[in-house]
Ligand binder design. Structure first.
Ligand code: ATP
Ligand code: MG
Length: 416
């Protein structure tokens, strides 16, 4: 679990702003969800035989003896919230949320025990059009942030009834090579053979590679859905590869699944992943309602942004306010408040803790501010203030208080 330090939050805030504006421009409304839910919610939605439920959840009994879990992902809570608040009754919802998720994984680069996701869900929509749109939306995010080293893989898992036959064939196949399977896969063979395809063990790769694929067992409607999705992606000029072995780590998906992957971050290459989960709302007690969504890992997004050369605009103090002399600080506060009223977006760092002129000028220099405002008893008597450039050779000037805001606005330029 990481502390996200000030030198990093600048980039986070910048990218968070871009993501928020983007998803809202597609008509998604923000919902904020609790970090804790009843354990049973995740068991029922994610599935008992999954990495998350079997070994990654932070689960504890509260003082009332109720089993609670720190959310490992957002979709379950989103659907639970939709049902308990009556948001899904006879209506469709496009919702997004973001925040920390918790999984007790083996920590390594790009894989943490508290990490952050942006999560987008369209609930009540059944067509391939919405599947395409949420992919187009994510693609737009890469464009807007200059992320290039990323590619899209898609697949379809069909409907549960079509998966029955596929499952039988898979079990037959994996049973025939059982002596080569690892422990996890042998366990999955009994309960959830599809998940073997999601194995992260490189020794399993060639066995998985030769496994039968779902595409050969697809029901007609899912095949049409998948084709329509591809046609919409083609028309939107979004490149992709069909990866017939792509299954997602959670049980609740059907039909469309997809993943945006990168080769720029080592082995933690999945940046954004999603798919359709038409059965989940009903499974959690609502009326049968189709839904689709994606979740993006924010740490990996930030990493990739930087790996692609992205740099958030730096936010440093624009102005450092030096105040030397008896009673001068009070006047400095008043002037600084006036500037904050008039100059939106300008950062004003008033010197705190006193100090000599020299000390304060040193702090001004360290603050990275572009200008120092210098106020002393003489300046107060004249209702003027010194304006000194700290990063250029401009001469220090004296400015009347009533012209200060205009002068600063002019010096700091239109970006402020
Ligand atoms: P992975 O295959 O890397 O384990 P996952 O299939 O478990 O990912 P999802 O549950 O689909 O991941 O979560 C969506 C996204 O959240 C992932 O694509 C990834 O970017 C991010 N993510 C998942 N687990 C972690 C983690 N432990 N630390 C950081 N980011 C994570
Ligand atoms: Mg995982």
């Amino acid at each position: 679990m990481n502390d996200i330090l000030p030198e990093v939050t600048t980039t986070w805030q910048y990218l968070e702003g871009i993501v928020r504006d983007l998803v809202q421009s597609y008509g998604y409304s923000e919902i904020r969800l609790p970090l804790l839910e009843q354990t049973d919610l995740f068991k029922r939605s994610i599935g008992e035989v999954t990495d998350i439920v079997e070994k990654e959840m932070y689960t504890f009994k509260d003082r009332g003896g109720e089993s609670l879990t720190l959310r490992p992902e957002a979709t379950a809570g989103m659907v639970r919230a939709g049902i308990t608040n009556g948001l899904l009754y006879n209506q469709r919802q496009k919702l997004w949320t973001s925040g920390p998720m918790f999984r007790r994984e083996k920590p390594q680069r790009g894989r943490y025990r508290q990490f952050h996701q942006v999560d987008v869900e369209a609930i009540g929509y059944e067509g391939p059009d919405v599947d395409a749109e949420i992919i187009i939306m994510s693609s737009r995010l890469w464009q807007q942030t200059g992320i290039s080293r990323i590619s899209l893989e898609i697949n379809t898992l069909g409907v549960p009834s079509a998966r029955v036959k596929y499952r039988e064939t898979l079990v037959e196949y994996f049973s025939s090579v059982k002596n080569q399977l690892d422990q996890d896969s042998i366990r999955r063979l009994e309960h959830n053979p599809l998940r073997i395809l999601d194995s992260k063990n490189p020794e399993m790769a060639s066995i998985v590679e030769s496994a039968p694929v779902m595409l050969d067992f697809l029901d007609t409607e899912s095949a049409e859905h998948f084709e329509a999705l591809q046609a919409l992606l083609d028309a939107a000029e979004i490149g992709y590869t069909v990866n017939p072995r792509l299954v997602r780590g959670l049980d609740y998906y059907n039909r469309t699944v997809f993943e945006w992957v990168t080769d720029a971050l080592g082995s933690q290459g999945a940046v954004c992943a999603g798919g359709r989960y038409d059965g989940l709302v009903e499974k959690l007690g609502g009326r049968a309602t189709p839904a689709v969504g994606w979740a993006m890992g924010f740490e990996r997004f930030v990493d990739l942004y930087e790996a692609c050369g992205g740099k958030a605009p730096v936010q440093e103090a624009d102005v450092y306010f030096v105040a030397v002399g008896e009673g001068v600080l009070q006047q400095a506060f008043t002037l600084a408040e006036g500037l904050r009223d008039q100059l939106a977006g300008v950062r004003i760092d008033v010197n705190l803790g006193g100090g000599s002129f020299k000390t304060q000028m040193k702090r001004a220099d360290k603050s990275n501010a572009e200008y120092a405002l210098i106020l002393g008893e003489t300046e107060i008597a004249e209702q003027r203030i010194g304006l000194k450039a700290l990063r250029s050779a401009e001469d220090q000037i004296s400015v009347a208080w009533n012209e200060l805001a205009a002068t600063l606005a002019d010096r700091l330029g239109p970006a402020k």
